[in-house]
Design a protein around this ligand. Structure first.
Ligand code: GLN
Length: 552
């Protein structure tokens, strides 16, 4: 079929991974989106996860990394966070899909007799549902180009239907689609030479689906040399200038800049038959990306959590947005963050160990669920409060801040969250009324208080000054809240609730005034989901500033 591009038609770029997982398909997708947007195109990015979970909300972060919450409340994969950070805008719920979500919908339609008595099958019905959703997301995004990341790796059983859906879209209009394969070229230690064979095999595997990649992103420990590029080009049937060398980088924010060094946006535009702005608008990004390498002074931040250990590996992915949010503020303020993982379970086993926190410039307790390590976290918060070390608590980290304050300052021993101790003498944190029935029914999927809600700020507080606003919108993911019955007592004891829901029923931010502590603040919401490279989050800025002051 001749490729003749219609400049006005909507375009799709499908990104598919070959050889192995974990080589940066998500960052490649986000970077393609970034460089096209920088040429003036309107871009939406779509993530497809092939698993059967209906959303990412029910997965343990040590298994699958962070659960990223959208404004709409949809619980998604951490790649969606990368998309928002690279594009510098919110992404829609229609930009995320899982096999579970699609199958569930198809099965519900079948139960409602919407297939007119037909036998309902994976092909065509599930595949066509995928096609329809991709079309819908392009329409909702009003974009010129939709870049779709197909999760999983070539050869997986579970992503085959998605690749087939991409093939069908290509068949409907071949001039409107491009396929980009992100592959890996290993340099085995024993050979010391870059090997292209696994990539050749992966391309053939994609060919077996009826798809020929137009571009190849060659991930590797080192740059791909000219000789190998030429050889690979012939073997995989892709012009050499469509093979982009993508060696390992220290900072993922360099990836779009590296792509542009190979003039990828020019070639994509040409292949798509799209006209973009002549000059790429990447100046602000370039400046930000350079900061990642500069920063003279170091600040030492300790994250006290529990989702770190899988076997012998430390999986920082569980807190990806938190780490990035700290980095953005640190770069913005001209310092380099040194982030340490502190296992709360250790501070539980041996409470005296919290003394090591004295060496830190800031302590952060991120979101979490359940019992393990909880007393360790509370010990760490107490230490940070008493020793006046900047402390930032996110969600669980805020609830535990309030529990600690109740126990040790407000004279309420036995204070606890009913998530852990349903019979606590002082149920300082308790289940949200709307959640009671859901928990009884074991209705756990997508049922928390999720997504963006407004929060009113009390003027003159640390939070309000940091935001410089009277009202903000932040994203949530919780089932428990500060028990309203105790609010007055906690306030009398000196804790300030500087952010509340507009109807004043939910405590959204708790803090100590600056005169009492350099920075001691917790949020019921997750500010990390709104932190962007080019727009660092005001509360993270305030926390990092306090850490810089402590460093002196
Ligand atoms: N487990 C707590 C709750 O459900 C906190 C949740 C979180 O930190 N995301 O309310």
């Amino acid at each position: 079929m001749a490729r003749r591009a219609h400049p006005k038609a909507h375009k799709y770029v499908f990104v598919i991974g070959g050889v192995m997982s974990g080589v940066g398909k998500g960052i490649a997708t986000a970077s393609i989106g970034k460089i096209l947007a920088a040429r003036g195109l309107s871009v939406n990015l779509v993530k497809i996860d092939p698993y059967l979970n209906v959303d990412a909300g029910t997965m343990n972060p040590t298994e699958h990394g962070e659960v990223f919450v959208l404004d709409s409340g949809l619980e998604t994969d951490q790649d969606m966070g990368n998309y928002e950070r690279f594009l510098n805008r919110d992404v829609g719920a229609e930009d995320y899909m899982t096999s579970g979500m699609i199958y569930k919908h198809v099965i519900e339609k079948e139960r409602n007799l919407e297939y007119g008595g037909k036998c309902v099958e994976a092909v065509p019905h599930v595949r066509d549902e995928i096609v329809a959703r991709l079309r819908h997301s392009a329409k909702m995004g009003k974009s010129d180009v939709t870049v779709v990341e197909i999760g999983g790796t070539l050869g997986d059983f579970s992503n085959a239907l998605f690749i087939d859906a991409a093939r069908v879209i290509h068949l409907q209009d071949s001039s409107s689609t491009l396929f980009v394969m992100v592959s890996y070229l290993p340099v085995p230690g024993t050979i010391g030479e870059m090997k292209t064979k696994p990539t050749q095999i992966a391309v053939r595997q994609l060919n077996a689906y009826g798809v020929q990649p137009d571009f190849l992103i060659a991930r590797a420990p080192t740059p791909l040399d000219h000789k190998r590029k030429e050889k690979l080009a012939v073997q995989v049937n892709i012009p050499a200038d469509h093979i982009i060398s993508a060696p390992d980088v220290d900072s993922v924010y360099d990836v779009p800049l590296n792509f542009e060094r190979d003039e990828l946006s020019d070639m994509l535009l040409k292949a798509l038959g799209k006209r973009g702005k002549q000059a790429s608008d990447m100046n602000a990004w370039r400046k930000f990306a350079e900061h990642a390498h500069n920063g003279r002074t170091k600040i030492k931040i300790g994250i006290v959590g529990k989702y770190f250990d899988t076997g012998d590996f430390v999986l920082s992915d569980a807190y990806l947005s938190v780490i990035e949010a700290i980095k953005f503020s640190a770069f913005h303020l001209g310092v380099k963050p040194e982030i340490h993982w502190l296992n709360a379970k250790e501070y539980q086993k041996d409470p005296a160990r919290v003394k090591e926190l004295e060496n830190y410039d800031g302590i952060l307790v991120p979101g979490g669920f359940g019992e393990s390590g909880i007393e360790g976290k509370i010990n760490a918060i107490r230490f940070a409060r008493e020793k006046k070390i900047p402390y930032f608590g996110l969600c669980y980290g805020m609830q535990l801040l309030v529990v600690e304050y109740a126990r040790n300052v407000a004279g309420l021993p036995g204070a606890h969250t009913t998530e852990i101790d349903p019979k606590a003498k002082h149920p300082i944190v308790m289940v949200l009324p709307e959640q009671v029935e859901k928990l009884r029914r074991k209705d756990y999927g997508g049922s928390m208080r999720l997504g963006a809600y407004p929060c009113k700020l009390r003027s003159g507080t640390v939070a309000q000054k940091a935001y410089g606003a009277e009202e903000v919108s932040e994203r949530h993911r919780h089932r428990y809240e500060v028990n309203p019955i105790y609010v007055a007592k906690l306030q009398e004891a000196g804790l300030k609730f500087s952010g509340v829901s507009p109807d004043h029923t939910l405590m959204e931010i708790a803090e100590l005034p600056k005169s009492e502590h350099p920075f001691f603040l917790g949020t019921q919401f997750h500010p990390e989901f709104r932190a962007r490279p080019l727009e660092p989050h005001p509360l993270f800025n305030a926390f990092v500033k306090a850490a810089i002051e402590r460093r002196g």
